[in-house]
Structures are given as structure tokens and as C-alpha cells.
Ligand binder design. Structure first.
Ligand code: F6R
Length: 591
């Protein structure tokens, strides 16, 4: 039963699988890296004793996929087992504290501190429930946690903070899971655990408590009408739309990366005589923002190169003092890997920003940072771009600080703005989606669409163009706005849609000039603007207003969101499948 629930959850992560059951006063654990079928073929996951158990499918954030890093994680005596989704930000401090008390750690995960800390409190005389509550109150970050104990064979404890956890009420059976898909075939009766709550499951039912003070919470179950397939998409019609919405959460996770990774990467870049950024597609567009950020914040002249062009264009320049920063969601893109291998053969240091830990790119890297976006199922990348830009801005700021190129105040302003983006994106999606849909309706018969921007909005425009053409199949164009008069303007005629990415930054005045040029030739002007920018609003036929003023470098994270929505709606209006655009694959493993 646990195995089939894991199958339904595999889309949430699939690099390692584990199960624990409790029987006869001991824990039985089977776990390893690999997909469910592989781990099952090796260990026969259905063959485990007992009537209470927990399963986990992992998407690595701390510690590469390996048997010892798979969940459950256990305490010193193998009597407490814990599975976890999320990231515990202060785990290094807590790990040091527990090690000083003699606890022995087996993995490189952040999760393992939980069973050890619970063990510690139980040894001090607390009940399991008290020890668990006390432990979770010491955690910073995001978690949904589930705990079992050999000494309490009829009890499961669980808790959540910023990661989802739902409870299911079956016929004399109770479940908890990171999403409804896990237990929907077994029961439609569910309770959604809220932020900062924990629950105790035993054969008598479910008890919900406030994690902070242990106060009892009363909540009636709801009846779920979704089928298991739509539950995977959390009620969204497509994974892409779910992933666009999810960005407010994935960005919070991207912001949880430990400082130490930034410091390591920063030192390698500072020590290098040349810096190349390599990537393909959306990751390349993030790289363009990264180059600008490194120039502006850190005085570093990094050259971004499309990975498939790198060896022809720049390999001759690579020496052992060169740093190559490869950016890839999958970590398996053949063009990126080939370029990295060529640079490595010439002795360059290989740095990377990756989403899939354990991927080939991660293994080829001397230092990497995880972008922490979680699995991206939609073939067109969305949450990848915003997370990669977030990481790149923070990396550039770290280097700028180390080199004394930026003031503490500038970094503070940038950090504040970056931390605002998750909430801002949430607001934009809630309040602007209807307007974007109207824009999509107005453009759905266009034979072509153009995206223009200046400065840091050029990569945003390029990314908007890529999303639109790969999903709607409408040939789309993107240009630096100033370059458009050197040729492209010839194709403008009455009603041609031109989308301007026009934040109110240092390029604004010149962008206004470009809008006028296009308008004078009959273009239909659609602009993504800062709220209150009446000048551009008056020149535009339609606008999407971003309700906050942001430092220029942060704007791509937010201004790209209406463009992602536009591409999504255009795809749906054209009758295409936005999750699986034709001729494309999620991971391009051919040259
Ligand atoms: C576009 C898209 C692709 C990828 C590109 C690189 O929506 O998804 O262009 O960005 O194939 O993939 P990664 O980042 O996995 O190397």
C-alpha cells in the first residue's frame, strides 16, 4: 500500500526511495537511491512486516542521492525514523550541537538532525510527542516531517511549516502525506494541516496541535472531489500553470541555500582570470542576467556563451585559471555537459547552478549551488528561470561584498527586494492573470509577436519570446529595444503586437522613445510596467502593472511572470498541450 502511494507521489521527486515499518518493537528500513521500480526490484518493498509504516520519495537538496542520504533518517539507536520534505536552514548549527553531545551522524542530510534531537529529548525524560514538538520548535526553514518510533508502534507524528502536509481519514485507518494524490484512492475525507501545526495519528484517530504551545486544534474534515490525476496538479489543469503558481514557494526555497555555498563559489570566481557562463535555453537567459549582475555588483567581466557554441567560440581562451559557471536545471543537457568536459580537460574550475542534485553536471563540478526548485514537470521551464536569477543575483552580491565593490546598504536593498519577490509574484498571479488572459485572446491570431526591452530586461524579453514560441508555435522575435530600428522595424505594420518589458529603471526614458517609434508605425503596444507609470500606460494599448518598485536587477524575477502566463494562455487558446510542446523534451540529451 505504501509503495502504490509512493508511485502516485513520484512526480514530486524521484532520486531515492525509502520505507520504514514498525513491528515487534523494532524498525524495519529499506531505502536506496534510484527510482521506485529500481529500489523495489532490489528490495521488494511490499515485503515488510507490521501494520504501520511510512514511505518517502526524495528530491535531494542536502546530500547527493545515495543510500545513506535516502529517507527515513534514524537516530543513534535506530529506534526513531523520520522522513522530511523541505530544507532546514539552521541544521549545521544543530548538527554541531548534537555531535558535541555524542550523537553520530550517518548522512549528509539536514533531516538527520531531527531523529537525533528527538532521541536526545526523549533521553532527557520527555514523551515522544513533547520531544518532537520541542524539536520542531528549534527548526528554521521549511519542513513537512513524519516520525515513527520502535517504542510507540501504534503512533505516527507529523508536522508542517511552509511545506504541505495533508491528513486522510479512512475506515479505521489514518494517513498523512505531502499531497492528496498519495491517499485519494483510499479515502476522499481529508484535513489540511495548517502552518505551524503538528498531528498525532493513532488507531483512535487524529489529534491536531499548535506546534508552538501544544494547544489542541479542532478541524472538520473536507471531502475531496479531485481524481488522483488532478490531485497531482493540485487542481490546476496543467503542470505548467501549477509551476508558475508554485514560484512563490520555490523562490523561498531558493533563498534558503546556505551562505557557505555562495562563499565557496565566490572565491573561485574572484581567483579566476577569466569567467565564462555556459547554459542553454532558459538557463542561458538566466545567465545573461547573471553576467549583468556580475558586472554591476562585482566588477567582474564574465562572458555568457550558449553551451553548444562554447567549444568553437571560446575554448582556446580557457586555461587552468579560468572559471566556468554552468547553469542547468536538469544537469543533464548534453550541450552543457560537452562544453563543461572540454573546459575541464583544459584545467578550468567547474562551478554550477543545478536543480537536480546527483546529476552529471553536479558530479563534474568542483563547487555547485542547488537552485532548490523541486521537480519541474512542464517541459517549458518557469520556476527554473526565477530561481536561477535569484541565485545569480545573490552570488554577484556576495562577490561584490567580498571585493568591496558594493556598499552594505546596496546589498541590503537588493536582498530586501529579492526577499519580496515570492509574495509579489503571488500577488501578480492573483490580480493580473485575467488581464494577461485578455492580452492572450487579443494576440491569438497574430502571425508573429515581438518582445523588446533594454538592459536587464533584454533577457526577460528573450525568455518571454522563448516561452511563447515553444508553447504557441507562433514565430516570435525578441530584441534589445534599441537595436530594433536597425532592421526588425521593417516588419511592423498596423496591429503587429509588440510587447515591451518596461520597468521604471535607468533605461525607461529610452524605452519610451522605442515605444513611440513602434507606435508611429501602427504596432499594437502591450507593456509590462511598474504601477503608476502613466507615461507608458498612455502609450500602450494594454498593460500589466507590477505593483512594486524594484531595483533594476531584480525585475527579471517578477516581470517574467506575466510573460509565462501569456505563453501558457496562448498555448491553451491554440488547443496545444502546454506541458508537452511538440518536438521538445524536458532534458535534451543529444548534441
Ligand atoms: C525552455 C526550456 C529549455 C531549457 C534548456 C536547458 O523552456 O526549458 O530551453 O531551458 O533545454 O535545460 P537545462 O536547464 O536543464 O540545462
Amino acid at each position: 500500500m505504501i509503495k502504490s502511494a509512493l508511485k502516485r507521489l513520484e512526480y514530486r521527486g524521484y532520486d531515492s526511495i525509502g520505507q520504514v515499518t514498525v513491528d515487534g518493537g523494532r524498525l524495519y528500513v529499506k531505502k536506496d537511491k534510484g527510482r521506485l521500480e529500481e529500489v523495489d526490484a532490489k528490495y521488494n518493498l511490499d515485503d515488510m512486516p507490521g501494520s504501520l509504516g511510512v514511505g518517502h520519495t526524495r528530491w535531494a537538496t542536502h546530500g547527493r542521492p545515495a543510500q545513506e542520504n535516502s529517507h527515513p533518517q534514524t537516530d543513534c539507536e535506530n529506534r526513531i525514523a523520520v522522513v522530511h520534505n523541505g530544507i532546514i536552514e539552521n541544521y549545521l548549527d544543530l548538527k554541531r550541537e548534537l555531535e558535541a553531545k555524542g550523537h553520530k551522524f550517518q548522512s549528509r542530510t539536514d533531516t538527520e538532525i531531527v531523529p537525533h534531537m528527538v532521541e536526545d529529548y526523549v533521553n532527557q525524560g520527555m514523551s515522544l510527542e513533547e520531544a518532537f514538538r520541542k524539536t520542531i520548535n528549534r527548526l528554521d526553514g521549511a519542513y513537512s516531517l513524519v516520525l515513527t518510533s520502535a517504542d510507540r508502534p501504534r503512533v505516527i507524528l507529523c508536522a508542517r511549516q511552509e511545506s504541505p502536509l495533508v491528513l486522510g481519514l479512512g475506515n479505521g485507518e489514518y494517513y498523512c502525506a505531502s499531497d492528496l494524490a498519495a491517499f485519494l484512492p483510499l479515502t476522499k475525507k481529508a484535513i489540511i494541516l495548517e502552518e505551524g501545526e503538528m498531528a498525532i495519528l493513532d488507531p483512535n484517530g487524529i489529534k491536531i496541535l499548535k506546534s508552538k504551545n501544544g494547544a489542541l486544534v479542532k478541524r472538520d474534515p473536507i471531502t475531496i472531489t479531485w481524481d488522483p490525476e488532478s490531485a497531482k496538479k493540485q487542481g490546476f489543469p496543467h503542470f505548467m500553470l501549477k509551476e508558475i503558481h508554485e514560484q512563490s514557494r520555490s523562490l523561498r526555497d531558493a533563498l534558503r541555500t546556505q551562505r557557505i555555498y555562495y562563499d565557496l563559489l565566490a572565491s573561485k570566481i574572484i581567483d579566476a582570470d577569466k569567467v565564462f557562463i555556459l547554459a542553454c535555453g532558459t538557463s542561458y537567459h538566466a545567465g545573461l542576467v547573471g553576467t549583468l549582475a556580475l558586472a554591476k555588483l562585482a566588477g567582474i567581466n564574465a562572458r555568457v556563451v550558449i553551451a553548444s557554441e562554447f567549444s568553437d567560440e571560446a575554448l582556446d581562451l580557457v586555461t587552468p585559471k579560468t572559471a566556468v559557471l554552468a547553469i542547468s536545471q536538469s544537469g543533464e543537457t548534453m550541450d552543457t555537459l560537452n562544453a563543461v568536459r572540454d573546459a575541464k580537460a583544459k584545467g578550468a574550475s567547474i562551478l554550477s547552478i543545478v536543480n537536480v542534485l546527483g546529476s552529471t553536471l553536479m558530479r563534474l563540478s568542483d563547487v555547485y549551488i542547488g537552485q532548490n526548485s523541486g521537480p519541474e514537470i512542464g517541459v517549458a521551464s518557469t520556476k527554473t528561470f526565477t530561481a536561477q536569477v535569484t541565485v545569480l543575483l545573490r552570488l554577484a552580491a556576495t562577490i561584490g561584498r567580498k571585493k568591496g565593490e558594493v556598499s552594505t546598504r546596496e546589498i541590503g536593498d537588493l536582498e530586501d527586494a529579492i526577499h519580496k519577490t515570492p509574495e509579489l509574484i503571488e500577488r501578480i498571479i492573483t490580480t493580473k492573470a485575467a488581464e494577461v488572459r485578455r492580452i492572450a485572446e487579443g494576440c491569438s491570431n497574430a502571425s508573429s509577436i515581438c518582445f523588446l526591452g533594454r538592459g536587464v530586461s533584454v533577457p526577460t524579453a528573450l525568455e518571454g519570446r522563448l516561452k511563447l514560441l515553444e508553447l504557441s508555435y507562433i514565430p516570435a522575435i525578441a530584441y534589445p529595444a534599441g537595436e530594433s530600428k536597425h532592421g526588425f522595424i521593417a516588419i511592423i505594420e498596423e496591429g503587429f503586437p509588440v510587447i515591451f518589458v518596461a520597468p521604471k529603471d535607468e533605461t525607461h526614458k529610452r524605452v519610451v522613445g522605442n515605444i513611440m517609434e513602434m507606435k508611429a508605425r501602427g504596432a499594437r503596444i502591450i507593456s509590462i510596467i511598474e504601477e503608476g507609470d502613466e507615461e507608458v500606460r498612455d502609450l500602450s494599448d494594454q498593460v500589466v502593472e507590477i505593483p512594486e518598485s524594484l531595483p533594476s536587477l531584480v525585475t527579471p524575477i517578477v516581470y517574467v511572470v506575466p510573460l509565462q502566463l501569456l505563453a501558457y494562455y496562448m498555448s491553451v487558446l491554440k488547443g496545444n498541450d502546454p506541458d508537452y510542446p511538440r518536438n521538445l523534451a524536458k532534458s535534451v540529451t543529444v548534441e
